[in-house]
Design a binder for this molecule. Structure first.
Ligand code: SAH
Length: 212
């Protein structure tokens, strides 16, 4: 089967699994996932599975990327923050759906590779840095949307502070290897509104910078 045929099959699978947002589907169709996975996994780039990207990390399963992006509902004029750049794939998808995408990765080597890929693909509305994403990016706050792609034991307070009024944050919460679920938090004037969306399995959100 050709790469293009595999990609079409994946898009159809995402539709069947409840991805109805056509902006999300077309962003996934336009971003070549094969550019974000190692050479050895090229033939699996359009399978609906997570794949290793080095440093013990993974690029998420396409359905999880689609579900989280759909739940986030980024608008084309919005400023969005992603925590956990990894391969840069989720950042690339988000960048097609918002005005400016900021992304933070704790492993410098992963960040450097991701930045190369994003530049090569001509995705110029992305600003990336290495560091501890749990602290957010105060100089660029507030953000209309925040997406976290690693599981935290609880909602990181600094991120909630950096979310705009009326803003939305989507993140997996739960123990490593245990039960985790994706939450959607809407920041309103009073207490933030929390919705439980679906179960997932993510690598952990870790404090500080990764080793070289
Ligand atoms: N969004 C990525 C996949 C994320 S895997 C993609 O599309 O490929 C989770 C990533 O979060 C890993 O690369 C891991 O190093 C990173 N991470 C974990 N804790 C972090 C933290 N505190 N700050 C920034 N990045 C973190």
């Amino acid at each position: 089967m050709s790469g293009e045929a595999r990609k079409i099959r994946l898009i159809m699978e995402l539709r069947r699994s409840g991805i109805a947002d056509t902006r999300v589907l077309s962003a996934i169709e336009r971003i070549p996932r094969e550019a974000f996975v190692p050479q050895t996994f090229q033939d699996q780039a359009y399978e609906n599975i997570a794949l290793p990207i080095g440093k013990g990390q993974t690029v998420s399963q396409p359905l999880v990327v689609a579900l989280m992006t759909q739940a986030l509902a980024p608008g084309e004029r919005m400023k969005v923050l992603e925590i956990g750049t990894g391969s840069g794939y989720q950042a690339a998808v988000l960048s097609r759906l918002c005005r400016r995408l900021y992304t933070i990765e704790r492993h410098k080597s992963l960040l450097v590779e991701a930045e190369h890929r994003l530049r090569r693909l001509g995705l110029h509305n992305i600003t990336a840095k290495s560091g501890d994403g749990m602290r957010g990016w105060p100089e660029q706050a507030p953000f209309d949307r925040i997406l976290v792609t690693a599981a935290a034991p609880e909602i990181p307070g600094q991120l909630l502070v950096q979310l705009a009024e009326g803003g939305v944050m989507v993140l997996p919460v739960g123990a490593q290897g245990g039960d985790q679920e994706v939450l959607r938090i809407r920041k309103t004037a009073g207490t933030p509104e929390v919705e439980r969306l679906f179960p997932v399995r993510f690598v952990p959100l870790l404090p500080g910078e990764g080793e070289a």
